[in-house]
Design a protein around this ligand. Structure first.
Ligand code: CA
Length: 615
């Protein structure tokens, strides 16, 4: 395995070529033909194709291709990867994180990565070590068995678990750097990894497990504690299941009727009624989320309870919640606990984004927990589809193999999940599966010393509450990591919270900031300029909050329709300066909300806390 060079050494090698600074403005051309890369010999890997496309060379390969002996299906596995090499390279390399349970190869970069490729970045991606459906570029094998885990079937193979958890990223990035050096005759000047959700987890894993591999890490809505978040998915569905009046086709509680959109809108209005103004501006956005405590929210929920408060008495009528719904929300927001009251994941911040306005898009709280596309008699909440496959197959050790559908399928597993006897298996190792899911997936270490010593920079952005990953969990991790690192974590790692944002974008939120975030990480890594704020835009030009109705008219007036707001480095929050347009980031300051963390920070060690969500 080639030893990776430290950034300073690489910069020296750039300088030795006579280029000004680390990155030559004119860029670098390849010294060989694209097609010629197919002849490159690599350890335990093959380059399957190298195709000159418009502006770049598209390399497809596979690492450690094998037939599994552990998988009863004896499927083919391997880390499929794509590396895209621009005709004019400006010295940067970026690894794209994956998504969901991976299993597909993004062979040609699109979106932000496509823009970067066009700007002269080399861009790599991998498939997490398995393919959900046949991909002719890789040889048309697939690792999906509907009778045994479906698209999460790969987790029946211990090596495939590691490849998904961390190995695919490490191996792909390492081999990509080797190919880059061959192709351009020059080492990558600066290496980055960027991803959202499971890709955000990939990015945080990289900073902890492979601290010398990347100089800059962008981790968006990271599933950094995915196995424990998976427990919350099951917890939420079981709680919502108690509200269900019907069964679905698998004989399980039918969830879509438990919290239809008009009920989520009421919940959002109730939360806003007591927390919106805490940041000094009524605008539909709760910036001072730490101050939005149960002490404030519980009376508001009571006020919006049908027949109790002044908001009517008709369940599901769009003006009030039933007392059972209010009870369910309190239980869900407290987070999963076992029968001893020990917290199994995290509490959640109260956030107005529990309701995603129809015009706002994105996978909001309702999409994860209640319903995506309505289908009569079918549960489509993401927790009951993607999440229901991951929990038994990937998060449990040994994997619990079930069919995808039917009365004994994945959904039934979720509704019968036992928080005393099943939950501990996220920490279990066996001879056949020597790494627990927490071992191969989680990025919960608070010791980032090696990454810091390497000179690495980390930017995390997270929704305050996105329906699958708790913003309170990543904020708590950041506080603990900051303490472990001596209180100056901000020198190399900053967290930016985004109120109202759905998972990886969407919601009534200033969710457009990827480009500014990328500029922030390159400025920090390459020029030492730490981001004091990241300007985020809301591209919707109309407010999703109609004047009057459930929401105070000022909400609509002050909401940043078509405008910008700053995202602030945690624990700072955005506060209106008091004058000027409320849809212009220039009129907001990043302020210290004077949040005082309590012993809640030690919840993982601190049993018997009864899971108080407190503050
Ligand atoms: Ca506000």
């Amino acid at each position: 395995m080639k030893r990776l060079l430290l950034a300073s050494t690489i910069a020296a090698s750039w300088a030795s070529l006579g280029v000004a600074g680390a990155l030559p403005a004119s860029g670098v051309a390849p010294r060989a033909s694209c097609a010629g890369l197919t002849g490159l010999t690599l350890p335990n890997a093959q380059i399957l194709s190298a195709t000159q496309k418009s502006g770049y060379c598209n390399v497809i390969g596979i690492i450690n291709k094998r037939t599994s002996t552990q998988d009863p299906d004896h499927f083919t596995y391997g880390i499929g990867f794509a590396l895209n090499l621009p005709n004019t390279w400006h010295g940067r390399f970026e690894m794209m994180g994956g998504g969901g349970t991976d299993g597909s190869l993004r062979s040609d970069p699109t979106g932000a990565a496509g823009v970067e490729l066009a700007q002269g970045w080399a861009i790599a991606a991998d498939d997490g070590g398995h393919e959900d459906s046949p991909n002719s570029l890789l040889g048309s094998y697939q690792d999906d068995d509907a009778n045994a885990g479906g698209s999460a079937h790969f987790a029946i193979d211990a090596q495939a678990r590691s490849d998904y958890g961390y190995n695919g990223i490490e191996k792909t990035a390492t081999i990509s750097k080797q190919i880059i050096a061959q192709y351009y005759g020059l080492e990558a000047g600066f290496s980055y990894i960027m991803g959202c959700s499971n890709g955000g987890r990939d990015a945080m894993v990289a900073s902890q497990k492979f601290p010398f591999l990347f100089d800059g890490v962008i981790s968006q809505n990271p599933g950094f504690n995915l196995p424990q978040a998976g427990l919350a998915e099951a917890w939420n569905e079981q709680v919502l299941g108690t509200l269900a009046t019907g069964k679905d086709a698998n004989g399980q509680p039918f969830i879509p009727d438990t919290f239809p959109p008009q009920d989520l809108q009421v919940a959002s209005a109730a939360i806003l009624s007591v927390c919106d103004a805490l940041d000094g501006l009524v605008d539909g956005i709760i910036d001072n989320y730490h101050a939005c405590t149960n002490k404030k929210v519980f009376p508001a929920l009571a006020n919006y309870t049908c027949g109790i408060g002044p908001h009517g008495s008709t369940p599901h009528g769009g003006t009030c919640l039933t007392s059972a719904q209010v009870g369910a929300l309190k239980k869900i927001y407290a987070g999963p606990v076992n029968s001893d009251g020990e917290r199994l994941y995290s509490n959640w911040f109260w956030d107005a984004g529990i309701w995603t306005p129809p015009s706002a898009g994105g996978a909001g709280w309702g999409a994860w927990n209640v319903v995506t596309a309505p289908v009569p008699g079918v549960n489509t909440a993401i927790n009951l589809t993607l999440g229901a496959g991951a929990l038994p197959m990937i998060f449990q050790t040994p994997p619990v193999v079930t069919p995808v559908g039917g009365p004994a399928g994945q959904e039934a597993y979720v509704f019968h999940f036992n928080f005393d006897t099943d939950a501990p298996n996220i920490f279990t190792e066996t001879k056949a599966y020597p790494e627990s899911s927490m071992d191969f997936m989680a990025a919960v270490s608070t010791d980032l010393s090696p990454f810091k010593r390497h000179g690495g920079k980390l930017i995390i952005s997270s929704s305050v509450n996105d329906g699958i990953f708790s913003g309170a969990a990543i904020a708590r991790w950041y506080r603990k990591m900051n303490r472990r690192m001596g209180g100056d974590a901000g020198d190399f790692a900053r967290l930016f919270m985004v109120p109202n944002m759905a998972h990886c974008g969407g919601g009534a939120a200033t969710d457009s900031f990827a480009e500014n975030e990328l500029n922030a990480i390159t400025a920090w890594v390459e020029n030492g300029v730490a981001p004091k704020r990241i300007v985020a835009a809301n591209r919707n030009t109309s407010s999703p909050y109609p004047p009057g109705g459930l929401f105070d008219p000022q909400v609509a007036r002050n909401f940043p329709a078509g405008g910008t707001r700053p995202l602030c480095p945690y624990p700072q929050t955005a506060a209106y300066k008091g004058t000027g347009l409320t849809n212009d980031a220039a009129n907001f300051a990043c302020v210290d909300p004077q949040f005082k963390p309590d012993d809640d920070d030690n919840d993982n060690e601190h049993h018997g806390s009864r899971g108080q969500e407190g503050r």
